[in-house]
Design a protein around this ligand. Sequence first.
Ligand code: DAH
Length: 412
Amino acid sequence: MPYTVPKLTDFSTGALDSAARELLSALEQESAAVSSENDWKVYRDRWMARKNGILTQLNDLWLKAAPGPNKRDVGQRVNELRETVTTKVEQRRTMAEAFDLARKMNVVTGLDAGSTATPRGTLRSPGESKFGPKAWVGDVRKLLLESEGLDITLPGIRRPIGAEHPVIKTMNEIVGVFRNLGYSVEEGPEIETDYYNFEALNFPPDHPARDTQDTLFIAGQESKPLRDRLLLRTHTSPVQIRTMQKMRPPVRIVIPGRVHRNDPPDASHSPMFHQVEGLAVDTNITFGDLKGTLDHAMKALFGASVKTHFRPSFFPFTEPSAEMFVSCFICGGEGRLRDGQGCRTCKLTGWIEILGCGMVDPNVYGFVDYDPSKVSGFAFGMGADRIALLKYGVDDIQLFFNGDVRFLEQFI
Ligand code: DAH
């Protein structure tokens, strides 16, 4: 029950003492519960409001009601109480402000009235403060000053500027070269079905690339038919199929993206790496177009003096297929550096293998409802990380993925 001022009938010293004690104990209790400026205003008004505040009620219910002979005594008592109440209320204001500040600065949690505060940061709640509530108010003030204070001798706050990752930068350059030739950019999912990653690309069911040795499969897919089983795409080639399904020829696209293989990491392997794939399908596209396009792209990427060179190869989704090499841009295709030392970049061969390519296999068109008697096209795919390694003379692919800022900073 909140305290109410009793109507006095007994004005003896003993009765006045006990009434005053009761009032002061209520004052003390209510004061302790004040823990914000809002609380404090309510508290102040309850005790000091001119209209019907507790002090005003003392005048009416005690002083005015006192019979003549007691007036002096009661008046003195009421004056003393007024003093005490006014001082107490004023003191608590400082405390309430400190509570608000502390809350604002987030130095103390659990500051609600009556709760046991959990100290956080350097300040404890007033109750727990070693040197009492007054010291606590001082500490809050000090902390506020420090937090607002400006020390111009301190070093400024530096906001390091981010930079494009060297692999992304390389991919963007490759994509840029093809964009300039009128190619558009397509992307596809990294979690792919067996159908898009293998079947529609003409991989026979027992092809070794489907082996768990090479592919990371999503677990728990055994109950599904093979073609629907999920895996992490091992190359960007499935996006060729996805694009041809939604687009009729002519198609000219590049596909940058992340791919995954079950390869343990070493200096030249990473279970996650990047490819840029390309596909051009139209009427009358020939192997000559493939060679001309890729030769141009390599000159744009590595310099006008590089030469290209194609060797027969095999991919299930192209026929014929080839691997393309560029002349080594470190030793100029000599296989030896100027000082006579063997060139390590091209392993003394003068040539660097850059990508796989070929003419789209007619079987692939069967999966996307293109007519192989009407259209033809070429495709290619290259490892962007490998090209970045070559371009920047980095000797360990792991450096690209370890996230060491000291390494990455060099590419700003
Ligand atoms: N997908 C192949 C791989 O990851 C690379 C490739 C080869 C892509 C020939 C092609 C291509 O588009 O025609 O090894």
